[in-house]
Design a protein around this ligand. Sequence first.
Ligand SMILES: Cc1ncc(COP(=O)(O)O)c(C=O)c1O
Length: 519
Amino acid sequence: MAETPRSTPPPATPGPAPAQSPGAPGFRTIYEKSRAGRCAYSLPRSGVPETPADELFAGVVLRERAARLPEVAEIDLLRHFNELSSRDYGVEKGPYPLGSCTMKYNPKINERVAALPGLRDLHPYEPEDLIQGALELMDTLSLWLAEIAGLSRTTLQPAAGAHGELTGLLLVRAYHEDRGTDPHVVLIPDTAHGTNPASVVMAGYRPVTLPSNARGGIDLEAVRGFVAEHEGDIACLMLTNPNTLGLFEVDVVALAGIVHEAGGLLYYDGANSNAVLGHSRPGDMGFDIVHLNTHKTFSTPHGGGGPGAGPVVVRDILEPYLPTPVLKKTGVHQYTLDYDRPKSIGKVRSFYGNFGVLVRAYAYIRALGADGLREVSDAAVLNATYVMAGIRDLFEVPYDRPVMHEFVVSAEPLREYGVRALDVAKRLLDYGVHPPTTYFPLIVKEALMIEPTETESKDDLDAFVAAVRAVVGEAASAPELLRTAPHTMPVKRLDEVAAARNPVLRQRFADDAPAGRSA
Ligand SMILES: Cc1ncc(COP(=O)(O)O)c(C=O)c1O
């Protein structure tokens, strides 16, 4: 294992504050750069006579003064956005081992394909016979996802993983209603992603938490107990596999049997599919519904909750309830959109889903093929295992089992130096790497959740390991350095509570109404 990071040596002590940090002298927002009359474009003089807005929109409530948009020259605009982007950290700058989020590199070929004019310029209102190619692309992607999940039908409509969860739970509801049953309970392990219980509540169900066992997995006896306690009331069990500890749920087939026998369905949160592509399929494990996060597994762009795609794949018994419209093949290279679905849960998103994102997922799967996808998971698991081996002696390992694509360690031993997981994460920023996820899953104290992903080279993994080792070394010798980190970032340690309680979300001007009132 290399002892020093491959990249620039880390700072041992806090460096001077960058001149351009928000709040520091020198940083100016785009509004502060604005000068009346400056403009980043010039248009030819219009031949159409100008008409005052109140004449054009007679009777319509018009704003009293023009919107306050910044007025800057083209070069100011360019510098402004370049400056912002250089302050930002993304996977195109360096490793991004944010556990649970799978921040892997998205190959640029996806962007090229999505930008092909025949795909990019489609309008969702174009008539069916003009978009047969797009429908075929969506149908092919649906079939591939069904094959990957080991199930039979796909809806591409949901716009994110969480949206897929809600869609899946509405399918559970429709299924039970159609059978004249009305169960209320959805079982969810205590390691579940927060969106799982939230989606359960949104779908009108009651989440019941299953405690993990000493091996960080589902406890079959506990499940039997809960099933007996809520006899006749189990709508579904939601499971993530591998779970958010990065551990594979080995008792999954027995589990599926217990829940099915109790009349419930099985929902598989497939957000962690990066670990199992081509190796195991939720359908084969007994699951009935799966959502897949295209932005995690199939290299489409991440976005704060979307716009993305969280396709849902189901067993044939749930097909009648899928959202409308449903894609239907009517002949060779011929497709139609079927709206006549009396048992459908209805639409969950406009049109057919986020088409541009689906094209990227299609391009990724097409480029890699089945063997390539399997290699993705092989490398993701290998990389996580390698990094774990490089740092496990520094931390507590709460569940000592072979890990999948991510792993969780506890920074609890560092508390003797007054250092917490958050301090380790912040100090890592000074070493030029993005920190791992902290304090999740909730069942591990001082959790650091690390997901290197398959797209990092051994050099970068070594650099990450060396950075973590250096930071933990500092925890003993100079803990204050960690507690006050980061020192080299444009934004220093934030008061996260104040930021959440008193968010400042817009620039205010001297003559604006006081904060809290609409201006
Ligand atoms: C295990 C798990 N489930 C569900 C989700 C929710 O997915 P999304 O962020 O697309 O809504 C995530 C997101 O990272 C996740 O890690």
